[in-house]
Design a protein around this ligand. Structure first.
Ligand SMILES: Cc1cc2nc3c(=O)[nH]c(=O)nc-3n(C[C@H](O)[C@H](O)[C@H](O)COP(=O)(O)OP(=O)(O)OC[C@H]3O[C@@H](n4cnc5c(N)ncnc54)[C@H](O)[C@@H]3O)c2cc1C
Length: 359
């Protein structure tokens, strides 16, 4: 059983099929495309950091095409060509343990399975930090997941919160057309050199170290640093990135109060504050360590190979922590399929992995 049909779930399905492991992929979205179908319209294939290939099929090239068209079309064609056994829309509410089996519940429906690959990404769990009086703000608030596009915000003073790549992109779009104030918790770390494979490996290794210890996965930006691209040069020339401020003290109905007591009026708050792993449905399995994250087992000599939950070897997580990128998910998917094969062998399973129950 695979939950989620984004990059991670489709790659996992491929590697399970390669090993002759019967499975089904449950996906909450009505259409193929994983989180990509929900990205904002102005995000083009030129803007994305890069979409890795699904096994055996080249990903869409860099172009001016909208990412929320190009990637879903790519995933849809992949599902059709490879007969990926996807069922949608099926939102899994919870997964429970019943003896040797896992019971996957989605509304009235349930499935029993010996193993599970969880590939549910992060998009459905946008994170907004708590700030006093956040609900008293009279203007509009958005998150990266609900970004309405630059035209909607034109002419309004937008406060952008967050020190990651999304905030940098939003400033690039918005600063040339509307007043923008940027706040981050920490001083942004800018990278002026090329992003080398070594830097990428260091970032992933840092995140892997955290999940092996059972800590919640961290943002890789703390290691990779931020970089400005051609699209952001206009905003940079206006000084939008230099005008970054430390966090405000509190939110008031018409704006924010700074630590020095001064007030700034803003019309919109855009929380570019990231996402958390969408794993609430796994709560009954009690996979979470006392450190607050799901601890995964390290696979020696294979960064991004950590997929097996320490507390339940029947469960693999792909697209979680070190594998939360398209390339990481593709790599980890293979590792997860190997672990599933091992777990099935251990429980003397034959090819009949799935037993559907009810409609
Ligand atoms: C704005 C933004 C831009 C990004 N750009 C890049 C980039 O350029 N390159 C890159 O490598 N990475 C990028 N990432 C990271 C990116 O999220 C991952 O690389 C990748 O898309 C995640 O794939 P996934 O399969 O893990 O998750 P998703 O694509 O989110 O797929 C998860 C699927 O699981 C389904 N699902 C979730 N919960 C349930 C449930 N309970 N029951 C059933 N189904 C469920 C969802 O409906 C979804 O279809 C970006 C992230 C963000 C937020």
């Amino acid at each position: 059983m695979v939950i989620g049909a984004g990059q991670a779930g489709l790659a996992a399905s491929h590697h399970l099929s390669q090993r002759g492991i019967e499975h089904v992929v449950l996906d909450a979205n009505p259409q193929p495309g994983g989180a990509w179908q929900h990205r904002w319209d102005s995000l083009t294939m030129q803007d994305v950091h890069g979409v890795a290939d699904l096994p055996g099929e080249p990903a869409p090239p860099r172009s001016g095409k909208r990412a929320n068209d190009a990637v879903p079309a790519y995933f849809g064609a992949y599902e059709a060509r490879h007969d990926v056994p996807v069922l949608r829309p099926v939102r899994v509410d919870r997964v429970e343990s019943e003896g040797e089996l896992l019971v996957v519940h989605a509304g009235e429906r349930q499935w029993r399975t010996r193993t599970l690959v969880n590939a549910t990404g992060t998009w459905t769990r946008p994170f907004v930090p708590f700030y006093p009086d956040i609900d008293t703000f009279a203007g509009e608030q958005f998150h990266t997941a609900t970004y309405p596009g630059s035209e909607y915000l034109r002419g309004r003073h937008v406060l952008i919160v967050g020190g990651g790549a999304s905030a940098v992109q939003f400033i690039g779009e918005l600063a040339p057309i509307t007043p923008v104030t940027w706040v981050t918790r920490r001083e942004p770390v800018w990278r002026h050199d090329d992003f080398t494979p070594e830097a990428g490996l260091a970032a992933v290794t840092m995140v892997e170290e955290r999940v092996v210890q059972g800590l919640p996965p961290a943002s890789v930006v703390t290691v990779t640093g931020l970089a400005l691209r051609e699209q952001e040069q206009g905003a940079a020339e206006l000084g939008a990135y230099d005008a970054r401020r430390p966090m405000f003290e509190r939110i008031e109905p018409r704006g924010v109060r700074w630590a020095d007591g001064s007030f700034e009026a803003v019309d919109v708050i855009l929380w570019a504050t990231g996402f958390r792993a969408a794993v609430d449905h796994l709560a009954p399995l009690r996979l979470t360590s006392p450190h607050g994250g799901i601890a995964l087992e390290r696979v020696d000599g294979n960064v991004q190979g950590a997929t097996t939950a320490v507390r339940d070897h029947r469960v693999q997580l792909v697209g979680y922590g070190p594998s939360a990128s398209t390339i990481g998910a593709s790599r980890a998917a293979r590792q997860a399929a190997l672990a599933v094969e091992r777990a099935l062998r251990e429980t003397e399973a034959d090819a009949a992995e799935l037993t559907p129950v009810g409609g």
